[in-house]
Design a protein. Structure first.
Length: 91
């Protein structure tokens, strides 16, 4: 029981220091069929720090939630570009 309490107390500062997740919307090119969003989503999910991806085929966008300490928007756009779907951050 004591070891569990010590472990819990040791973990508390880590959660306080954890970065607040950020969300960015990417404008994605080359999505021409219903299967394209699957490839875009998988490419983004492979980026370390990404916690959620929602791809909208009709709007040609991807909304990505990520940990800014582990990933940057440049890594996200690079991931989609490498998969054949160049993207840019929407402002």
């Amino acid at each position: 029981m004591r070891k569990l309490l010590i472990a819990l107390l040791a973990a508390i500062p880590l959660t306080v220091l954890a970065a607040t997740p950020k969300t960015v919307t990417l404008a994605v090119q080359n999505m021409t069929c219903e299967l394209c969003p699957i490839t875009v989503k998988k490419s983004l999910e492979k980026v370390p720090g990404v916690s959620a991806v929602k791809v909208d085929f009709d709007r040609k966008t991807a909304i990505v939630t990520y940990d800014a300490d582990k990933a940057q928007p440049e890594a996200l756009t690079k991931a989609t570009t490498n998969a054949g779907y160049p993207s840019t951050v929407q402002k």
